[in-house]
Write a protein that binds this ligand. Sequence first.
Ligand code: AMP
Length: 343
Amino acid sequence: MKDSQELSGNVTGNKIVMSGIRPTGFLHLGNYFGAIRNYIRMQESNECYFMVADLHSLTTHPDTKSLKSNVHRVLAENIACGLDPDKAAFFCQSQVYETAELYLYLNMLAYKGELEKTVTFKDKVRQHPENVNAGLLTYPVLQAADILLHRASFVPVGKDQEQHLEMARNFANRFNHRYGDVFPEPQAFNFNETLVKVPSLDGTGKMSKSENAMATLYLADDDDMIRKKLMKAKTDSGPTEKNSVKPDYIENIFLLMGLVSAPDTVASYEADFNNASIRYGDLKKQLAEDMIRFISPIRQKAADILSNEKYLAEVMEKGAQKARVSAQKTMKLVREVMGLNYY
Ligand code: AMP
């Protein structure tokens, strides 16, 4: 990772932060540890733009009947986690129309071949062969537009977004070379640590909003559901030799424990594993209680916030106003360097 990971300002000297979450369902532990945790840490001393990526959700969820309630949920759950709409601009993507204009220009600088090779595109084609639309293909271009619109350098995201960020840098560089220096190179950001991937509980992939609900821990899960999911997490009969290598699915459980349990608790189960004396039932019970202690205050707070639609509307309106000011400044520069300012 580059020096800019220090958040001490990059070549352009800015400390602008941008990221987004799609309103495609309940937020989960992966969203928290991959993204939201860093939103909260970064909002204190940086210019932050965080958005609900409703336009992105249309690429896979064209039915808009539950969109409003999903948007409200993403807002409420982020605020319950500690996102402060007075510190960060917290807005809805579709309310900043300049996004669509920049997306259009960047589309002329994105090539079909590179878009077709994107891992997330290939995954989505496999999952939804009946709806391979152009929006899905150009998803990374829209994401680049969101980031570049605020000339952001730091993008707190999970590991699954690494390739998209590389593409955003390519589009920014192509634009700068062709028309003039407008955009900094945005970096995926996690405070000098590797980007996070929170695995699913069945050991087959990552936690996700819209797939494999029993293998994902949602911030809205009640205590019994958390216990049930964790007790069903994949384990085996335990190591038969001391200092064995952990299978992936056991590594995953320890990873989850590292996120929510006290360090000495994790160390004690690590020692049991290395002594080949671990009892996975005990470990899962402990993890469930620590997980409940982490999730239940967020769940309760989010439920309160969610019931206050007026407050959520005010948050969105205030956030969109802030985001539009920054977007309009960038688009003025973009049109100038492109030669689209005719009078
Ligand atoms: P999405 O849910 O795809 O809209 O992603 C919103 C944010 O959460 C992005 O920054 C993702 O990288 C992050 N994220 C989603 N799932 C995970 C996961 N399982 N582990 C880590 N980060 C994740």
